[in-house]
Design a protein around this ligand. Structure first.
Ligand SMILES: Cc1cc2nc3c(=O)[nH]c(=O)nc-3n(C[C@H](O)[C@H](O)[C@H](O)COP(=O)(O)O)c2cc1C
Length: 171
């Protein structure tokens, strides 16, 4: 798929068909995450593939966005190894997440960036996935064939947010 087609086709999908997702697909998505940029190339990220139905069943109650998904990728980050205080590890995680979302679309799958919903259940996820205490369970993405096709939400108008050679300078 053309890169710009993947960018525009990507939507946050929260309803999925039951069809299993091949481990090769999940691994290819993660390979795209590993390629993402990272401050000082520290790569503070770890990835947990969840494709066992029994484990997925434990994750489902934590967010409506993963409820019907056949598989998920959970993104862990190690903030303690970050050299830039409180900020860069978040960007590192985010860069990997966006790469993975686009990879899923390019491979014909749908996904959703689930992060806000995790802040209230991080300890539960940590216990379910046996995550060591030094790592944050920062975000996850359900992966599957889409059972919905959400419309494109309102996005910024190009002319409202783009400036040329200085703020406020329009063409
Ligand atoms: C940092 C971040 C956290 C998000 N957390 C959640 C979440 O917890 N649950 C959810 O359903 N969607 C979550 N989303 C997805 C957004 O709701 C979605 O990207 C936004 O509504 C725009 O829709 P689009 O992705 O289809 O363009 C999150 C997105 C980002 C970037």
């Amino acid at each position: 798929m053309d890169f710009f087609d993947a960018v525009t086709a990507r939507r946050s999908v929260r309803q999925f068909k039951a069809d299993a997702v091949g481990r090769n697909v999940l691994e290819k998505i993660i390979a795209a995450g590993i390629e993402a940029p990272s401050g000082c190339n520290l790569q503070l990220r770890q990835y947990v593939i969840v494709d066992d139905a029994a484990v997925m069943d434990q994750l489902r109650p934590l967010s409506g966005a993963i409820d019907g998904a056949p598989a998920a990728i959970v993104l862990l980050v190690d903030p303690q190894r970050s050299k830039f205080g409180d900020e860069f590890w978040v960007q590192d995680a985010s860069a990997a997440m966006e790469n993975m979302l686009l990879a899923a679309v390019a491979l014909g799958y749908a996904a959703c960036w689930v992060e806000g919903a995790l802040r209230r259940c991080e300890d539960q996820l940590r216990a379910i996935l046996n995550v060591p205490a030094n790592l944050r369970v920062w975000s996850l993405m359900p992966v599957g064939k889409p059972a919905q096709h959400p419309p494109r939400p309102v996005k910024s108008l190009f002319g409202d947010v783009v400036h040329y050679n200085g703020f406020g300078k329009r063409l």
